[in-house]
Unconditional design. Structure first.
Length: 246
């Protein structure tokens, strides 16, 4: 059993295809015993995503609700050459920056080499804290190259619970790729985070269906950053120095 204290990936109605509010997410997180959540709205390039101006106003969201600490953030879209769909100035205003590859966002990436290079370039961005769902069937990558880049740049790699949601018409999750990711992360000392990627409040913190995969890959509590909010706060503090210098 893993002691999950935080969920670093979830969406509100503002992402365009999610169906709950910040209040509902925080209330559910509190009910489930979580101590911290990150609100990571989709970037502007995803159809239905909020305008860039939206992210400049996220500071009005309380830092804590129902006893749960709240990080205001984004799941930015990785575009050509690893660029993100939010300006550096807007990124600087946020607490937590995740980035991932998504369909229909305007990128022209087509091959494994394209996906790998773009992901690595995003990892090199000093603003980025975490790469979302790297173990996906949709966008195959050179997993070892990406994990090595994450190690060099102190970036979290996500294990995405939503990718294995059986209610999806075509789940993107791959047990084989997830096990590979976990083993390589342990080998190269990369921090992992198992997150819900919730698009409805009842999904917040729902990551337990991945525990058997984690155990098979030899993942321990100490390998997951979100088993301790103290580890997350230390990580963000260390990254703040790098972020300010940009």
């Amino acid at each position: 059993m893993y002691n999950i204290e935080a969920d670093l990936h979830m969406h509100t109605v503002n992402s365009g295809h999610a169906y709950s509010t910040v209040d509902e997410l925080a209330k559910t997180a509190s009910f489930k015993g979580l101590k911290l959540i990150a609100i990571t709205e989709h970037g502007p390039n995803l159809p239905g995503g909020p305008h860039e101006y939206f992210f400049g106003n996220m500071s009005i969201i309380p830092n804590e609700m129902y006893g749960v600490k709240i990080l205001k953030g984004i799941e930015a879209n990785i575009l050509n050459d690893g660029k993100l769909d939010l300006s550096q100035d807007r990124l600087k205003s946020l607490d937590f920056i995740a980035a991932g590859l998504h369909q229909d966002t305007g990128h022209k990436l087509k091959t494994k080499e394209d996906y790998t290079n773009a992901t690595i370039e995003a990892i090199k961005n000093p603003m980025v804290h975490m790469i979302t769902h790297p173990a996906t069937k949709y966008y195959p990558i050179d997993m070892e190259a990406v994990v090595k880049a994450a190690s060099r740049n102190d970036v979290i790699l996500e294990i995405n619970a939503s990718s294995f949601n059986p209610k999806k018409s075509n789940p993107r999750g791959s047990k084989e790729l997830t096990v590979e990711l976990c083993k390589l992360a342990k080998k190269y000392g990369v921090q992992l985070s198992v997150n819900s990627d919730a698009h409805f409040h009842t999904q917040v913190g729902e990551v337990h269906h991945l525990f058997d995969i984690l155990k098979e890959a030899g993942v321990k509590d100490s390998d997951l950053i979100n088993t301790s909010i103290g580890k997350i706060e230390t990580f963000l503090g260390d990254n703040l120095i790098r972020k300010i210098s940009v």
